[in-house]
Structures are given as structure tokens and as C-alpha cells.
Design a protein around this ligand. Sequence first.
Ligand code: ATR
Length: 290
Amino acid sequence: MTDHCFVAGSPISHSRSPMIHGFWMAEQGLDARYDRIETTPDQLGGLLARVRSGELRGGNLTVPLKEAVIPHLDDLTPEAAVMGAVNTIWMKDGRLTGANTDVDGFFEHLGQQLPDRSCTGRDVLVLGAGGAARAIIHGLMRRGAASVTIANRSAARTDALVSSLAASHRGTSTRLKRATWPVAADQIAVHAMVVNTTSLGMKGQPPLPIDWPARVDGQVFYDIVYAPLVTPFLAEARARGGLVVDGLGMLLHQAALAFGHWFGTVPRVGSELRALVEADLVAPAPADRP
Ligand code: ATR
């Protein structure tokens, strides 16, 4: 029987997950398919019933289902529980299980791109204070970053995030700090790694408001935005001597980890797949993706 996997959310036509998972299914010679399933929160119950029955092997969830699914699940991985968001579901030992592979995908990609640049013991500046920032800061704290400084347009949101992270990571050795917005040159200069978690710099959005120092040699700049692949943030950093990490690798690695939950082996993220997705990113968007 063909194994049927999916990505669900609304809207969903933009998702590149079918291309990514389809590549690995073909590479491994699996009798499997992966489809987009347009699903609103009202339709979530029906979708989950199809996973429980075995009709669907497993899937990815995106906006607006990542939080809404949690009350319906039997089990959550510890990561997903701390983040309060799920991007991968499947039946594990007869129980509907939710995981979040975004954070591990973020760090897998960093490790592959810059193996000697672990965040352990480093000072990291995080731009943004939304759900993506929360997830990545959680990962930085678990990996023993010396400090995480948050800069966000809304200072109230920064304060709320710092309080909630401090409460959920009692006993952490990572110091949590706040910086001003727009981002000052001296803030960029003193951090080993700067991560953009906002949507600024994405196609159609203004660039990040940063006052750049003249040089950023050897510092790491990581953008979770992947369209365009080289955001203004990464272009500015690279021009000043920074080491840059783009968001496409995170997308591919979180997908690989999800695939591993469904099929038992985590596929390799190789250059052929990356080139395929890169080509699709620069292709004109089809009016209506199937
Ligand atoms: P996600 O879950 O993807 O992180 P989110 O929770 O909506 O999405 O967070 C979006 C982040 O991008 C926030 O840090 C937001 O800043 P505010 O908290 O001040 O809203 C930031 N962001 C989005 N648009 C922005 C803009 N035009 N200028 C500055 N920051 C922006």
C-alpha cells in the first residue's frame, strides 16, 4: 500500500515540502506520496482521524495549525512541549504524537555549514521576539549559549519573552538580555552570532533596520528567511567579512528530521536537492500550484 504523507495548513499552495519529501521518497525507492492538504482549524479533527486510522502515514503542520493541534495529541516530544508548537505528526506505538523539528533543523544546518562555530559558550544576538525567536532561543539555551540578547521592535514583547523563557528554563546558565531597536552598531559588533527571526528582508518586506559596523570579520549571521536566499541582512554581513548561513538549509533539515519520524531513517540533505529547491525559489510563482 502506498504510504501517504502530507503538509496541512491554510494557505498551503506555497509549500515546497512536497518537492523536498518527494525527492527523498524517490531517492529511497519508497512506494509513497506527499501532498498539500488545505486544512483550516475547523477541519483539523477530520485530518487527524485519517492519521489515527492509518490512512495517512504522517504529516507536517503549518500556519494556523501548529498550536491548535496540541490538545488533540496523545504525546508531545519535550521540544514541542516547551515550544508550544508542533510541525510534525505521526502514529508512534499507537499514539498520535507531535514533534517540532524546526529547532533541531536550525542547528543541524549550522553544524553542517560551520562545524567549528558551535553556539556553546558564545554570546548571541536574536532579532525578533515571536514564535520563531522563542524556538531558537530555547535551542540556544539548551546548547549552552553564554548569553542571548533579544532586540525587537515591540519592547513589551521582548519583556514577555524573557520572562517566559526564564520561567521555562530555570537553572539555565544562559544569561538573557535586551537590546534596543533599531539595532545599534555596537550591539552587532559584540556578538559572535546574530540571528534574524523576523520576516524583515523577505520578498516584499523592508530590510532589517541595522546600523552596521564597518567590519564583522569572523562573526556568524544566520537568517531564517529563505526567499530571497540572500537577504539584504546576509548581503550586508558578507560584504563586511561575516560568515553567513541562509534559511533554506533549516527548511531542508527540519524536513529531513520529520521524514525520519515517519520512515525511520533521516535522509541526507545533499546538494542536488538544495539546487532543486533553489531553482524553484527563483522561478516565477505558478498562479495555482497543484
Ligand atoms: P513568528 O512566529 O514567525 O516568529 P510572529 O510571532 O508574528 O511570527 O513574530 C514576528 C516577528 O517579526 C516579531 O518579532 C515582530 O516584531 P513585533 O513583536 O514588534 O511585532 C517582527 N516584525 C514583523 N514585522 C516587522 C516590522 N515591519 N518591523 C519590525 N519588526 C517586525
